[in-house]
Design a protein around this ligand. Structure first.
Ligand code: CU1
Ligand code: CU1
Length: 283
Protein backbone atom coordinates (compact mmCIF):
# COMPACT_ATOMS: atom_id res chain seq x y z
CA UNK A 1 0.00 0.00 0.00
CA UNK A 2 1.26 3.40 -0.95
CA UNK A 3 1.99 5.69 2.00
CA UNK A 4 2.50 9.35 1.20
CA UNK A 5 4.96 10.94 3.60
CA UNK A 6 5.83 14.46 4.60
CA UNK A 7 8.77 15.39 2.38
CA UNK A 8 10.60 16.86 5.39
CA UNK A 9 10.85 13.41 6.97
CA UNK A 10 12.15 11.51 3.93
CA UNK A 11 15.51 9.77 4.29
CA UNK A 12 18.34 10.64 1.90
CA UNK A 13 17.66 7.36 0.12
CA UNK A 14 13.93 8.13 -0.24
CA UNK A 15 14.73 11.56 -1.66
CA UNK A 16 17.13 10.04 -4.15
CA UNK A 17 14.61 7.39 -5.19
CA UNK A 18 11.96 10.06 -5.83
CA UNK A 19 14.20 12.41 -7.84
CA UNK A 20 15.68 9.49 -9.79
CA UNK A 21 12.21 8.26 -10.76
CA UNK A 22 11.22 11.78 -11.87
CA UNK A 23 14.32 12.01 -14.04
CA UNK A 24 13.67 8.59 -15.55
CA UNK A 25 10.10 9.41 -16.64
CA UNK A 26 11.36 12.76 -17.94
CA UNK A 27 13.80 10.78 -20.10
CA UNK A 28 11.10 8.50 -21.50
CA UNK A 29 8.68 11.36 -22.26
CA UNK A 30 6.05 10.22 -19.78
CA UNK A 31 6.62 13.24 -17.54
CA UNK A 32 6.02 15.69 -20.36
CA UNK A 33 2.78 13.94 -21.35
CA UNK A 34 1.46 14.87 -17.92
CA UNK A 35 2.56 18.48 -18.33
CA UNK A 36 0.78 18.65 -21.69
CA UNK A 37 -2.42 17.24 -20.22
CA UNK A 38 -2.43 19.82 -17.45
CA UNK A 39 -1.62 22.67 -19.80
CA UNK A 40 -4.46 21.56 -22.10
CA UNK A 41 -6.96 21.61 -19.28
CA UNK A 42 -5.98 25.07 -18.12
CA UNK A 43 -6.86 26.21 -21.64
CA UNK A 44 -10.03 24.14 -22.11
CA UNK A 45 -11.35 25.26 -18.74
CA UNK A 46 -12.18 28.57 -20.37
CA UNK A 47 -14.00 26.95 -23.31
CA UNK A 48 -17.57 25.76 -23.41
CA UNK A 49 -18.37 22.43 -21.83
CA UNK A 50 -17.74 21.35 -18.26
CA UNK A 51 -15.00 23.19 -16.47
CA UNK A 52 -12.87 20.38 -15.10
CA UNK A 53 -9.47 20.95 -13.55
CA UNK A 54 -9.59 24.45 -12.09
CA UNK A 55 -12.07 27.10 -10.96
CA UNK A 56 -14.66 24.41 -10.44
CA UNK A 57 -15.82 21.81 -7.90
CA UNK A 58 -13.85 19.07 -9.66
CA UNK A 59 -10.54 20.85 -8.94
CA UNK A 60 -9.93 18.41 -6.09
CA UNK A 61 -11.05 15.08 -7.61
CA UNK A 62 -9.44 15.98 -10.96
CA UNK A 63 -6.05 16.57 -9.37
CA UNK A 64 -6.43 13.53 -7.11
CA UNK A 65 -6.83 11.29 -10.15
CA UNK A 66 -4.06 13.12 -12.01
CA UNK A 67 -1.63 12.56 -9.12
CA UNK A 68 -2.61 8.90 -8.75
CA UNK A 69 -1.76 8.28 -12.41
CA UNK A 70 1.52 10.15 -12.10
CA UNK A 71 2.47 8.25 -8.96
CA UNK A 72 1.72 4.96 -10.76
CA UNK A 73 4.21 5.97 -13.47
CA UNK A 74 6.88 6.66 -10.84
CA UNK A 75 6.15 3.28 -9.26
CA UNK A 76 6.73 1.53 -12.59
CA UNK A 77 10.29 2.86 -12.31
CA UNK A 78 10.64 2.19 -8.59
CA UNK A 79 7.82 0.46 -6.66
CA UNK A 80 9.06 1.92 -3.37
CA UNK A 81 8.36 5.50 -4.44
CA UNK A 82 5.27 7.39 -3.25
CA UNK A 83 4.45 11.04 -3.79
CA UNK A 84 5.65 13.05 -0.79
CA UNK A 85 3.65 16.06 0.33
CA UNK A 86 5.00 19.53 1.07
CA UNK A 87 3.40 21.12 4.13
CA UNK A 88 4.08 24.73 3.17
CA UNK A 89 2.58 26.00 6.43
CA UNK A 90 5.60 24.50 8.22
CA UNK A 91 8.40 24.45 5.63
CA UNK A 92 7.76 28.02 4.63
CA UNK A 93 11.05 29.65 3.70
CA UNK A 94 13.55 29.32 0.88
CA UNK A 95 15.97 27.88 3.48
CA UNK A 96 13.75 24.83 4.13
CA UNK A 97 15.36 21.47 3.33
CA UNK A 98 12.97 20.89 0.40
CA UNK A 99 15.06 23.42 -1.58
CA UNK A 100 18.39 21.71 -0.84
CA UNK A 101 20.66 20.48 -3.65
CA UNK A 102 19.91 16.88 -2.65
CA UNK A 103 16.21 17.34 -3.33
CA UNK A 104 14.41 20.06 -5.33
CA UNK A 105 17.33 22.46 -5.67
CA UNK A 106 16.87 26.10 -4.75
CA UNK A 107 15.61 29.36 -6.15
CA UNK A 108 16.70 30.64 -9.55
CA UNK A 109 19.48 33.10 -10.17
CA UNK A 110 18.57 36.78 -10.27
CA UNK A 111 19.31 37.34 -13.95
CA UNK A 112 16.84 34.90 -15.51
CA UNK A 113 15.38 32.75 -12.73
CA UNK A 114 17.34 29.69 -13.82
CA UNK A 115 17.61 27.02 -11.12
CA UNK A 116 21.34 26.36 -10.79
CA UNK A 117 21.60 23.49 -8.29
CA UNK A 118 20.01 20.16 -7.54
CA UNK A 119 18.97 17.28 -9.80
CA UNK A 120 16.76 19.44 -12.05
CA UNK A 121 19.23 22.24 -12.84
CA UNK A 122 19.46 22.81 -16.60
CA UNK A 123 23.24 22.38 -16.48
CA UNK A 124 22.79 18.79 -15.30
CA UNK A 125 21.15 17.97 -18.63
CA UNK A 126 18.57 15.61 -17.15
CA UNK A 127 15.56 17.84 -16.83
CA UNK A 128 14.96 20.01 -19.88
CA UNK A 129 11.68 21.93 -19.99
CA UNK A 130 10.06 20.66 -23.18
CA UNK A 131 6.47 21.83 -22.74
CA UNK A 132 7.14 25.54 -22.75
CA UNK A 133 5.13 28.61 -21.99
CA UNK A 134 7.91 30.63 -23.62
CA UNK A 135 11.19 29.90 -25.40
CA UNK A 136 13.11 28.95 -22.30
CA UNK A 137 14.05 25.32 -21.76
CA UNK A 138 15.40 25.62 -18.22
CA UNK A 139 13.58 25.24 -14.91
CA UNK A 140 12.91 28.63 -13.32
CA UNK A 141 11.98 29.75 -9.81
CA UNK A 142 11.97 32.93 -7.79
CA UNK A 143 11.01 31.79 -4.32
CA UNK A 144 9.12 34.40 -2.32
CA UNK A 145 9.53 37.23 -4.79
CA UNK A 146 6.07 37.75 -6.34
CA UNK A 147 4.40 37.10 -3.00
CA UNK A 148 6.40 37.18 0.23
CA UNK A 149 4.60 34.74 2.53
CA UNK A 150 3.25 31.24 2.16
CA UNK A 151 -0.14 30.52 3.76
CA UNK A 152 -0.13 29.98 7.52
CA UNK A 153 -1.59 27.17 9.60
CA UNK A 154 -4.24 29.56 10.91
CA UNK A 155 -5.27 30.44 7.37
CA UNK A 156 -5.50 26.77 6.44
CA UNK A 157 -7.41 26.00 9.60
CA UNK A 158 -10.02 28.65 8.86
CA UNK A 159 -10.63 27.13 5.42
CA UNK A 160 -10.77 23.57 6.81
CA UNK A 161 -13.52 24.79 9.13
CA UNK A 162 -15.81 25.76 6.24
CA UNK A 163 -18.60 23.16 6.27
CA UNK A 164 -19.88 23.44 2.69
CA UNK A 165 -17.79 21.88 -0.11
CA UNK A 166 -18.77 24.30 -2.88
CA UNK A 167 -21.62 26.55 -3.97
CA UNK A 168 -23.23 28.14 -7.02
CA UNK A 169 -22.07 29.57 -9.36
CA UNK A 170 -19.46 26.77 -8.95
CA UNK A 171 -16.55 28.84 -10.18
CA UNK A 172 -13.84 31.20 -8.93
CA UNK A 173 -16.41 33.43 -7.20
CA UNK A 174 -18.02 30.61 -5.17
CA UNK A 175 -18.16 30.77 -1.41
CA UNK A 176 -17.15 27.38 -0.04
CA UNK A 177 -14.31 25.10 1.00
CA UNK A 178 -13.13 24.21 -2.53
CA UNK A 179 -12.81 27.76 -3.78
CA UNK A 180 -11.11 28.99 -0.62
CA UNK A 181 -8.64 26.11 -0.77
CA UNK A 182 -8.05 26.64 -4.50
CA UNK A 183 -7.41 30.25 -3.59
CA UNK A 184 -9.69 32.49 -5.62
CA UNK A 185 -11.32 33.78 -2.44
CA UNK A 186 -10.18 34.44 1.10
CA UNK A 187 -6.59 33.99 2.22
CA UNK A 188 -5.55 32.49 -1.15
CA UNK A 189 -4.09 29.09 -0.31
CA UNK A 190 -3.27 26.83 -3.30
CA UNK A 191 -2.85 29.58 -5.90
CA UNK A 192 -0.55 31.60 -3.66
CA UNK A 193 1.88 28.69 -3.33
CA UNK A 194 2.21 28.54 -7.13
CA UNK A 195 2.96 32.26 -7.21
CA UNK A 196 5.37 32.07 -4.25
CA UNK A 197 7.50 29.49 -6.08
CA UNK A 198 7.34 31.49 -9.30
CA UNK A 199 8.87 30.47 -12.65
CA UNK A 200 6.97 27.66 -14.39
CA UNK A 201 4.99 27.04 -11.20
CA UNK A 202 3.19 30.35 -11.74
CA UNK A 203 1.98 29.27 -15.21
CA UNK A 204 -0.42 26.72 -16.73
CA UNK A 205 2.59 24.50 -17.33
CA UNK A 206 3.24 24.34 -13.59
CA UNK A 207 3.85 20.56 -13.47
CA UNK A 208 7.14 21.29 -15.22
CA UNK A 209 8.50 22.00 -11.75
CA UNK A 210 8.70 18.75 -9.75
CA UNK A 211 7.62 20.62 -6.63
CA UNK A 212 4.17 20.78 -8.25
CA UNK A 213 3.52 17.16 -7.25
CA UNK A 214 4.36 17.72 -3.61
CA UNK A 215 2.31 20.91 -3.49
CA UNK A 216 -0.73 19.14 -4.89
CA UNK A 217 -0.19 16.10 -2.69
CA UNK A 218 -0.56 18.49 0.26
CA UNK A 219 -3.66 20.17 -1.20
CA UNK A 220 -5.04 16.66 -1.66
CA UNK A 221 -4.25 15.85 1.97
CA UNK A 222 -6.08 18.99 3.10
CA UNK A 223 -9.16 17.75 1.24
CA UNK A 224 -8.90 14.46 3.16
CA UNK A 225 -8.55 16.39 6.44
CA UNK A 226 -11.62 18.46 5.57
CA UNK A 227 -13.59 15.25 4.95
CA UNK A 228 -12.61 13.95 8.39
CA UNK A 229 -13.61 17.23 10.01
CA UNK A 230 -17.00 17.35 8.27
CA UNK A 231 -18.32 13.78 7.99
CA UNK A 232 -21.81 15.07 7.13
CA UNK A 233 -20.55 17.13 4.18
CA UNK A 234 -19.72 15.82 0.74
CA UNK A 235 -18.86 16.78 -2.80
CA UNK A 236 -21.24 19.23 -4.49
CA UNK A 237 -23.03 19.69 -6.83
CA UNK A 238 -24.98 16.44 -6.67
CA UNK A 239 -26.67 16.42 -10.10
CA UNK A 240 -28.12 18.38 -12.98
CA UNK A 241 -25.74 21.33 -13.09
CA UNK A 242 -24.88 22.72 -16.52
CA UNK A 243 -21.18 23.09 -17.41
CA UNK A 244 -20.08 21.70 -14.06
CA UNK A 245 -18.96 18.20 -13.09
CA UNK A 246 -21.62 16.76 -10.79
CA UNK A 247 -20.87 14.02 -8.28
CA UNK A 248 -21.49 11.20 -10.76
CA UNK A 249 -20.43 12.90 -14.00
CA UNK A 250 -17.27 11.70 -15.72
CA UNK A 251 -14.25 14.02 -15.79
CA UNK A 252 -12.26 14.59 -18.96
CA UNK A 253 -9.79 13.35 -20.09
CA UNK A 254 -10.95 10.11 -18.47
CA UNK A 255 -14.15 8.38 -19.62
CA UNK A 256 -14.64 6.32 -16.52
CA UNK A 257 -13.76 8.51 -13.54
CA UNK A 258 -16.25 10.55 -11.53
CA UNK A 259 -15.78 12.70 -8.42
CA UNK A 260 -17.66 9.98 -6.50
CA UNK A 261 -14.88 7.53 -7.42
CA UNK A 262 -12.29 9.86 -5.93
CA UNK A 263 -13.89 10.62 -2.56
CA UNK A 264 -12.03 7.96 -0.57
CA UNK A 265 -8.28 8.33 -0.99
CA UNK A 266 -7.68 5.22 1.17
CA UNK A 267 -8.65 3.08 -1.82
CA UNK A 268 -5.40 4.27 -3.41
CA UNK A 269 -2.97 5.43 -0.68
CA UNK A 270 -2.79 6.64 2.88
CA UNK A 271 -0.89 9.46 4.54
CA UNK A 272 1.83 9.00 7.15
CA UNK A 273 -0.38 10.90 9.60
CA UNK A 274 -3.17 8.33 9.44
CA UNK A 275 -3.40 5.39 11.85
CA UNK A 276 -3.76 2.83 9.05
CA UNK A 277 -0.47 3.97 7.55
CA UNK A 278 1.39 3.40 10.80
CA UNK A 279 -0.05 -0.09 11.14
CA UNK A 280 0.77 -1.02 7.56
CA UNK A 281 4.37 0.14 7.71
CA UNK A 282 5.02 -1.91 10.86
CA UNK A 283 4.18 -5.14 9.09
CU1 CU1 B 1 -3.79 22.13 -11.88
CU1 CU1 C 1 -2.08 23.83 -8.60
Amino acid sequence: MTVRKNQASLTAEEKRAFTNALIEIKRTGVYDRFVTTHNGFIMSDTDSGDRVGHRSPSFLPWHRRYLIEFEAELQKVDPKVALPYWDWTTDRTSRASIWSPDFMGGTGRARDGQVMDGPFAYSGGKFPINVRVDGRSYLRRSLGSAVAELPTKAEVDAVLNMPVYDAAPWNSSSNGFRNHLEGWRGANLHNRVHVWVGGQMATGASPNDPVFWMHHAYVDKLWAEWQTRHPQSTYLPAAGTANVVDLNDTMRPWNDVTPADMLDHRKFYTFDTEPAAAAASQR
